[in-house]
Design a protein around this ligand. Structure first.
Ligand SMILES: Cc1ncc(COP(=O)(O)O)c(C=O)c1O
Length: 394
């Protein structure tokens, strides 16, 4: 019996993630070097894992606070105070079971059927997917690649809003572009959202992965220019900074008044995040700065390696990423990034994510996550360079 038509319409029609499709194709290939997923190669530092396993062994295995254990919320406030140079309050932080659930929870509070959220693209596809699953509509505003750089036209961004617009979603540093919003961009978005009473949905999960010319150790942030109690929700995760993608712990930073609502929504989604995982996260926040530095240093070095290896190919369009840990490059003549990504897996044993997975504006590009072991990065770039010398894209 075909049970698919019995499902809700959004669940029936939502396409697979293009990243997952490529990963499924290449996953079992002997000797594949995979750059398709958004994570580094290092496992979680032992120090954080030890705290989690001690808690587990101690029997911290019961239901818990919907908004997160007080110790973790306090650690989040300490961490932000340290990195953003002003006081933060534990009551503005709400723990979720990952960055994705943070976004999903935020969306469930903001949108209903037919509502719209503005998203500059190419963008991480999960915002659009989560929105559509809820019957809401992502409105893509294409960024453009000009003179070797990605650019966001703010007038175009604001012109895309309608009476149904509930939020502008901004991810900076950007996955997949490595583009970073300037402080002025953020101020313009803040002022527009304030004026029109719509939400800022910020995603700054890569804020430490910043290689800007100003030499600062993190990217410009809405936290530099916004009040904690204004119409702003920031979604974040332990996944990237602390190499904890598999833990599935994240947080929402939001006005305190939303506390009871967020906790209700968490109750009906995950009913809270395991206490033992949260214990490991406290240690990550309090003692993980050195590890972040190590990861960012490696990302910077690898970014330079990628640029050096690819800059000589005239058929490539490549911006020098200012943040995150991705290279997003176009190949002249590429019409179908999915078909090309699948071919590169089969023909060169290297895996990239297809640009089209990040919205229509990403077609013609491929994304490479370069936070990998040096020798694998070198070998992967070698294989890809050879492929480029002998092949044309699809
Ligand atoms: C921009 C961005 N935001 C949020 C996330 C969510 O992270 P996670 O669900 O792994 O915690 C990711 C993961 O790739 C991301 O790239």
């Amino acid at each position: 019996m075909n049970l698919i038509p019995k499902l809700s319409k959004p669940a029936q029609v939502e396409p697979d993630s293009g990243i997952v499709k490529v990963a499924m194709h290449g996953f079992t290939k002997q000797g594949i070097i995979a750059f398709w997923s958004g994570e580094g190669n290092l496992p979680t530092p032992e120090l954080f894992s030890k705290a989690a396993s001690e808690s587990l062994h101690k029997g911290e295995t019961f239901y818990t606070f919907q908004g997160g254990i007080p110790e973790l919320r306090q650690a989040l406030a300490r961490y932000h105070t340290r990195h953003y140079g002003r006081a933060f309050d534990a009551d503005n932080f709400f723990v979720t079971s990952g960055g994705m659930p943070a976004i999903q929870t935020a969306l469930q509070m903001i949108v209903a059927d037919g509502d719209e959220i503005i998203i500059p693209t190419p963008a991480w596809p999960n915002y659009a997917g989560a929105l559509r699953i809820q019957g809401a509509r992502p409105v893509e505003v294409p960024m453009t690649f000009q003179n070797g750089k990605w650019a966001l036209d703010l007038d175009q961004l604001f012109a895309a809003t309608t009476a149904r617009t509930k939020a502008i979603c901004l991810n900076s540093p950007s996955n997949p572009l490595g583009w970073v919003a300037t402080k002025d961009d953020l101020i313009a978005v803040r002022d527009f959202c304030r004026k029109h009473g719509i939400w800022i949905l910020g995603d700054e999960v890569y804020s430490h992965f910043y290689f800007g010319a100003d030499g600062k150790t993190r990217a410009p942030s809405f936290l530099d220019i916004c009040d904690s109690e204004e119409q702003l929700m920031l979604c974040n995760t332990f996944s990237k900074n602390w190499a904890m993608t598999g833990w599935r712990v994240g947080w929402i930073q939001a006005p305190k008044i939303l506390g009871p609502v967020i906790e209700r929504v968490v109750q009906y989604n995950t009913s809270g995040t395991p206490v033992f995982l949260q214990r490991g996260c406290v240690v990550a926040l309090d003692e993980g700065d050195e590890f972040i530095k190590l990861q960012v240093g490696k990302a910077r070095k690898n970014r330079n390696t990628v640029i050096e290896a690819l800059k000589g190919f005239p058929q490539l369009r490549l911006s020098v990423p200012e943040g995150a840990f991705y290279a997003f490059f176009g190949i002249d003549g590429m019409k179908d990034s999915m078909a090309t990504a699948l071919r590169i897996i089969d023909e060169a044993n290297v895996g990239f994510a297809p640009g089209a997975a990040f919205g229509a504006a990403g077609e013609g590009f491929l994304r490479m996550c370069y936070l990998k072991e040096e020798h694998k990065l070198a070998e992967g770039l070698d294989r890809f360079s050879n492929w480029l010398k002998n092949n044309r894209p699809t």
